[in-house]
Write a protein that binds this ligand. Structure first.
Ligand code: GLN
Length: 447
């Protein structure tokens, strides 16, 4: 049914960069056979899933949304993909994204933007826009995304689905093409909180192949999603993430959601996180610095695109020509920014200062979580915008990340929950829940 749906709507949504009908049907048949044998199967066995094309899959290309990796088939599965296979989830295909996960609209994909199923003249958010469009457009019941500065939560909010960035180190990054290694996390996208929790449980947990993976039991997210009891829960509304700069329809939907939490017995307080105001500035130094380092591996020598500018060209000339042809403008912009921020003479002023701000943001979270169990804010300042609307203005696109970035800088988990449509635009609004590290279960309970 999902493959039929993809065939019917994906020429409009462009959510998939690759569809593996044969592979998905083979897994489904295997699951059916095991079930017929009376085998006890994992909860999600046979439930199909779409995987962001930043995550390595054997037997299917992984492009990272870039010309640099066009046609590349990874020689190994990411740990999370191995876990999907072990749990019997048929993998429908690979979803569209901003090139190397850099963007908030999917317009930076080298393969054309994915579109928002609510209104195909609008962006689905990004960078996991293909995963969000696939789930919201009923092409897949579940998807995996990655979130470095909001790339699961923001497209989740823009398309009216649930998106979760787990605690940093909670889900393995092994086999996930790195954008900014100290910020990247893989997480679930789904149409209900319980669906997201079931998927979270499949992919989370310690992995010796990822040195930043946390060696602790997975928080009881499924149990928490089923419980859904907020009586007596202390909920902090983040003062700095609301009001000015937030679309009135978004703010109103958020206020209604907070009112609902209160009626369900939660205790609502206002909490101040003064350093969050500097989150974007710090992120847009730390992230490009790590990008410039991580993307140095695309040197046309080991793998990926190779452009030989002329006969007898030197290795350096081949490298330069290949990187020029293979990377899009946004990726180049960030590599240049990061290289500059890390260069001697500027390192302390930029990268060093940004790291200090990062610590201040983590401290804001620590003191907030002394007062409350979870924090809430709108996931995004606006609802989905029109394709092309912000294309000439990278700064205005970066500002969209104001509410999602602090969680990545501090490593804490975040969940975006759809809370209805904005009165002014008629488009979906997301509310973001935040919790302390390794308390991901609190998000699922509250949501
Ligand atoms: N929109 C943010 C950026 O452009 C976040 C990206 C992400 O989380 N991968 O960097």
């Amino acid at each position: 049914a999902h493959l039929d749906r993809i065939a019917a709507v994906d020429d409009r949504l462009n959510a998939f960069l690759h569809v593996d009908a044969e592979g998905a049907l083979a897994t489904a048949a295997e699951v059916d056979a095991r079930r017929a044998d009376g085998a006890e199967l994992p909860a999600l066995a046979g439930v199909p899933i779409a995987v962001k094309d930043l995550i390595n899959t054997t037997g299917q290309p992984t492009t990272a949304g870039s010309k640099m990796l066009e046609g590349w088939i990874p020689p190994y599965d990411a740990t999370v993909v191995g876990r999907l296979r072990a749990a019997g989830l048929p993998i429908l295909g690979k979803t569209n994204l901003d090139e190397f996960a850099m963007g908030s609209s999917n317009e930076h994909s080298a393969y054309g933007p994915a579109r928002n199923p609510w209104d195909t003249s609008r962006i689905p958010g990004g960078s996991s826009g293909g995963s969000a469009a696939a789930v919201a457009g009923y092409e897949a019941p579940l998807a995996l995304g990655t979130d470095t500065g909001g790339s699961i939560r923001q497209p989740g909010a823009m398309t009216g689905i649930v998106g979760v960035k787990p605690t940093y180190g909670g889900v393995s990054r092994y086999g996930v093409i790195a954008m900014a290694s100290s910020l990247d996390q893989v997480g679930p996208m789904a149409r209900t909180v319980l669906d997201a929790a079931l998927l979270h449980e499949v992919v989370a947990g310690h992995d010796p192949m990822d040195s930043t993976s946390i060696e602790r039991p997975v928080p009881p997210v499924v149990e928490a999603a089923r419980r859904g009891d907020v009586a007596g829960l202390r909920v902090g509304v983040i003062r700095e993430l609301g009001g000015e700069g937030f679309q009135p329809g978004v703010q109103a939907a958020f206020d209604r959601a907070v009112e609902q939490l209160s009626q369900a017995g939660a205790e609502i307080v206002e909490v101040s996180c003064p350093s969050f105001a500097h989150g974007i500035a710090a992120y847009y130094l730390v992230m490009p610095s790590e990008v410039s380092s991580n993307l140095a591996r695309f040197d046309a020598m080991r793998y990926g695109l190779r452009t030989v500018p002329h006969e007898g060209a030197s290795a350096e000339q081949v490298m330069a020509a290949s990187r020029d042809a293979g990377f899009g403008d946004e990726v180049k912009r960030r590599i240049i920014l990061g290289t500059y921020a890390l260069s001697s003479g500027y390192y302390d002023a930029y990268y060093g200062s940004a790291q200090k701000v990062r610590t201040l943001i983590a401290r804001d979270f620590e003191s907030a979580f002394e007062q409350v169990d979870v924090l809430v804010s709108p996931t995004t300042p606006t609802t989905a915008w029109k394709l092309g609307e912000k294309s000439d203005d990278p700064l205005s696109m970066y500002l969209e990340d104001i509410a999602t970035i602090p969680a990545n800088l501090a490593g804490v988990p975040g969940l975006s929950l759809p809370v209805g449509l904005a009165d002014d635009s008629g488009l979906p609004v997301g509310v973001q829940f935040l919790a302390p590290a390794m308390a991901d279960d609190r998000l699922y309970n509250a949501a």
